[in-house]
Design a protein around this ligand. Structure first.
Ligand code: DX5
Ligand code: ZN
Length: 220
């Protein structure tokens, strides 16, 4: 039997004027998390949503919210995103001055603590926070926008990260350029949670794309 896999559709590529109906088109039995991309125009060049929108989304779905904070000094906002209904809160190692404290805070607020690395950031940034992390999010594009091309050098980084995690109970998630055509190679490298935005939301019906991803990955 294959290891379990999770799919986390990113709403970044959904129609922002119709988020409720976009979410309603996702079959909750096929989707493990809903990935929400929070950008501040500082850490990344783009600006997206804040805690109020996350809260509104939480009020319309039972899918656990996988909140990806691409913001500077994320420790200032952990409580707000936890109160908004996040299940996982992921912060960037590059953006948190006191990363270990930030991860601790996330857990204290009752959420799963995730830590993310940009493509060029070495895995060494994770060494001393592994015990504080429930999830590692490896960016497989430079964060800021949907629809970018997967960076192939990240396959080796995923493999190296699996070795770093060892037998710890940490989920390994990948984000950026994930498609039906490359998801198998990401799985074989060791990723187990797959964020996908444009591939899903540009190709309706969405559940068909997710089913195709699942069929190349594993049984649910
Ligand atoms: C990019 C975001 C991603 C984005 C992925 O900075 O973190 O979650 O939505 O989009 P695709 O799947 O289109 O690369
Ligand atoms: Zn993301």
């Amino acid at each position: 039997m294959k290891a379990p896999c999770k799919i986390s559709p990113s709403l970044l590529s959904a129609d922002f004027a119709n988020l409720e109906s976009e979410m309603a088109q996702l079959d909750p039995s096929l989707v493990d998390y809903l990935h929400l991309d929070v950008m501040d125009g500082h850490f990344v060049p783009n600006i997206t949503i804040g805690p109020d929108v996350v809260k509104a989304i939480a009020s319309r779905t039972n899918i656990p919210l996988d909140v990806h904070l691409m913001i500077e000094n994320p420790e200032r906002y952990i409580k707000q995103f936890a109160d908004a209904g996040a299940h996982i809160i992921t912060v960037h190692a590059e953006a948190a001055t006191h990363l270990q404290r930030c991860l601790q805070q996330i857990r204290e607020f009752g959420c799963k603590a995730g830590v993310s690395l940009n493509p060029a950031t070495p895995l060494e940034a994770l060494h001393y926070v592994l015990e504080d992390s429930d999830l590692i999010l490896l960016m497989t594009v430079n964060p800021g926008f949907g629809g970018q091309k997967f960076i192939p050098q990240m396959l080796q980084k995923i493999k190296d990260c699996v070795a770093l995690i060892e037998n710890r109970n940490i989920e390994l998630e990948v984000d950026g350029g994930v498609k039906v055509s490359n998801i198998k190679s990401l799985y074989e490298a060791g990723a187990r949670v797959f964020v996908s935005g444009s591939e899903i939301f540009s190709n309706p019906p969405y559940n068909d794309v997710i089913r195709r991803m699942r069929s190349v990955l594993c049984d649910r």
